[in-house]
Design a binder for this molecule. Sequence first.
Ligand code: UDP
Length: 241
Amino acid sequence: MKIDVMGVSFDNVTMDEALEKAKEILAGERAQYVVTPNAEIVYEAMHDEDFCALLNDAALILPDGAGVVLGSKILKTPLKQKVAGVDFADRLLGHLAETGGSVYLLGSKPGIAELAAEKMLAKHPGLTIAGMADGYFKDEAPVIEKINAVKPDVLFVCLGAPKQEKFMQVHRGELQVKLMAGLGGSLDSFAGTVKRAPKWMIDLSLEWLYRLIKEPKRFGRMLRLPKFLWAVVWKRIGGGR
Ligand code: UDP
């Protein structure tokens, strides 16, 4: 079932259900893509129709963040749970390791994907990392050629929004992969160069506060979270009509 949160049609799934859907995509014929918008991204999509369409064109739309889940509750159409992109990616790696599947890591600064790969292989022995490339390329054609040379089952696209969503939609016809996932800064997380919040903060839905303390330059961007929540409340009380 889909749940609309300010124009973005989220899949109302638990983490386990998200993984089941990913398995269905992996069993399919066509390359499809997964997106993981948080509240900041939804706020951006509220002001950019084309970007909103890129998100809604995904085969699976997962709520990466407590803000989106809170928004859905305020709108009285609650999503089951937050499905963080980085956690989804980790579960998917576990599945690939069990089934002999492969992943290609695309994105983040030079050297980060290599570090992330080391950590992934340590946690998921049996995983095949088919290749990797940093996210600071000029031409897309050679990148696509490199990916198609190894035909991975899964492609992690970690270029930040909206670059990663555009990349996945524009190239899905020519990319010889089964599933692509737009995962923002997840490779930095896997690599350990950007630490995730401690569990107690995640449990209290305070991951955003941790990121703000660690990366104060994100402040301007993070103002989109209260703006998003205000727009949700406004819609709920009827002002959005
Ligand atoms: N990035 C990239 N190519 C670019 C711009 C960004 O590979 O041209 C990477 C950047 O290094 C970082 C990720 O994309 O690893 C975006 O991280 P951010 O935390 O901004 O992601 P989001 O919050 O959008 O998930």
